[in-house]
Design a protein around this ligand. Structure first.
Ligand SMILES: [Zn+2]
Length: 357
């Protein structure tokens, strides 16, 4: 069995044939590629096939997956296509694009190993440069982003991970639907702006279809393939907007964090700002200041927002009657909940539930 047979079996190229192969210096194998007899080239301008205008004299080398430790190059003389629309254009070849001198399969191969080894290591093992590995990974990621299917994403997990030294963070969004755990998005910093960028990318329609948004303080271990260690905080999509300006800002202010926890844990009681002030042991004025600096809202507003989130959550995820929901959200009377809810959403709780479930 010769190299031609192996290549024809493992990497057939439509419209082209492999020719002779030879050894070169420095452990390199060269392989000729020729157009199949009568097969016309593809115009790189419009993608239509056209007759050959002329053929280049100097072959172009394209790095291929190494065989038995040998670097492999495919050598091909590019044709120019005489295109009715675009004029004479260099042809488009199916194994690589014009910008790269590495075959698509080779880029995939390098990117595959780059997940397991450092990029420098990959370069060293496969006799190529760090730059080629880097560009391969980049290309594969780009391809993945262009071709990924965001349909059917109904549950996401949001996390921040610390990178580099000195409190630099990335906001990370995962899909966490049943059976599908994958990274969807990474953004700089852990600010509201970072997360907004995700939702802009994700789009309004898809965001509206989200049924669960999970935020855990440290999902980064999920990325390393382990299960979440803390029980997730599950909120309804209605809570996303409010949530991202609270938890996701992930302020370092421990007082604010304690206050947020206290509000969340006691939302079913008729909680007042004074109760929070008492619990975190600072003056009311101090708490107001900290809240406005960290979250941009007052403690009173935060309590209200937390209640609204709870209501929305229960409307969507339970079949509780409104009276029970109003109690769980800390309202003494359902009419009061009704008024607050309507002021915020423009809908009655019942209408909201009907629209969203
Ligand atoms: Zn064309």
């Amino acid at each position: 069995m010769d190299i031609k047979t192996i290549l024809n079996r493992c990497h057939p190229i439509r419209g082209f044939v492999y020719g002779k192969s030879w050894f070169e210096e420095d452990q390199v194998i060269g392989v000729d590629v020729r157009p199949r007899c009568g097969a016309r080239g593809i115009c790189s301008g419009c993608g239509k096939r056209g007759r050959t205008y002329d053929t280049g004299r100097t072959p172009r080398g394209f790095a291929f997956i190494p065989l038995w430790g040998f670097t492999v190059f495919l050598w091909y003389c590019m044709r120019r296509v005489d295109c009715a629309r675009c004029g004479a254009t260099t042809e488009m070849v199916p194994w690589a694009d014009g910008k790269h001198r590495s075959c698509y399969v080779y880029r995939q191969f390098l990117a595959f190993w780059a997940k397991r080894l450092s990029w420098t290591e990959v370069g060293r093992v496969f006799h190529t440069s760090w730059g080629v590995v880097f560009r391969s990974v980049n290309w594969v990621v780009d391809w993945g982003l262009t071709h990924r299917d965001l349909k059917g994403v109904t549950a996401i997990g949001i996390d921040e991970i610390a990178v580099w030294a000195g409190h630099k963070y990335l906001t990370v969004v995962y899909q966490i639907d049943q059976g599908i755990h994958r990274l969807l998005w990474v953004g700089r910093d852990r600010t509201e702006k970072s997360l907004n960028a995700f939702f802009t990318m994700f789009g309004k329609a898809r965001s509206a279809r989200l049924r669960f948004v999970k935020w855990t303080p440290s999902l980064d271990h999920l990325m390393k393939g382990r299960r979440a260690r803390t029980s997730p905080v599950v909120v309804s999509p209605g809570g996303v907007v409010a949530r991202r300006s609270t938890d996701l800002l992930a302020t370092d202010d421990q007082i604010v964090l304690a206050a947020l926890r206290m509000i969340r844990d006691n939302v079913n009681k008729s909680l007042r700002v004074a109760d929070v002030v008492r619990a975190v042991r600072v003056s009311r004025r101090n708490l107001e200041l900290r809240f406005s600096r960290a979250l941009g809202v007052s403690p009173h507003d935060e309590i209200q927002r937390t209640r609204l989130r709870r209501i929305k959550d229960l409307l969507l995820r339970s079949d509780w009657p409104l009276k029970q929901i109003s109690m769980a959200a800390g309202f003494t009377r359902p009419e009061h909940m009704h008024a607050v809810f309507r002021r915020d959403t423009g809908l009655t709780p019942a209408r909201y539930r009907a629209l969203h479930t």
